[in-house]
Ligand binder design. Sequence first.
Ligand code: SAH
Length: 252
Amino acid sequence: MTPTAANGATAAVMTSVRPWRATVLTIFPDMFPGPLGQSLAGKALDAGLWSLDTVDLRDFALDRHRSVDDAPFGGGVGMVIRPDIADAALAAIDERPGPTVYLSPRGRVLDQARVRMLAEGPGVKLLCGRFEGLDQRVIEARALEEISIGDFVLSGGEPAAIALIDACVRLLPGVIGDAGALDEDSFALGLDAGLLEYPHYTRPAVWQGRAVPDVLLSGHHEKIRLWRRQQAERVTEERRPDLWRRYMAGRN
Ligand code: SAH
């Protein structure tokens, strides 16, 4: 067992809380755990630090073809997931922990603050859309929280669900062996503080005539910290005027 998994298992036993629980409603349950079964998230899943269940939307279909969609009222291309079928599936997972999210390009764009809140809660239920999307009435009737992972259109909600779960799982206690890595990078200088991260360098010290910045070889921790903060500020100002404005406003 790797040190990460061992630490994680100990943390789970010591706190004896129920593991964070993700429930995914999808017509492609075979897409899970997929990438979530590998690396950090996969080890944490094996160690019981979090759990993942899929529920097949087609199990709630009303016909023998197991269809979950129908043509849109008003015409137009594509198909729409029926509200009655989505609702029956959502009712079946009502008791599971966490808020119910519909992954949708029309939702609020996911950010690290929402990820942190979800990771601090008991889990999340995720409805993955397909086709043209989901009938509006079930979104309203169940007050589904709509979350987008960015201003682009996927062919289905599954990759978005995987991205959201991955972002949450790495914040769960014990998943990243060295929790200081999270505090220093993602929290102090990362997106949480409103800044993009500083650039990273490793060996060799000179590569293709490009040298690593001298300060990083100086062993002077305070200078290095300042340099990294300056770099984080510079790259944020250059690349993300929106984050930069918020960061500057927050400092006053
Ligand atoms: N006709 C829709 C797109 C449907 S894409 C529109 O233009 O808004 C099919 C499914 O993929 C959606 O129901 C949603 O669940 C998922 N999806 C697509 N893009 C996404 C994004 N950026 N974030 C989250 N989910 C997305």
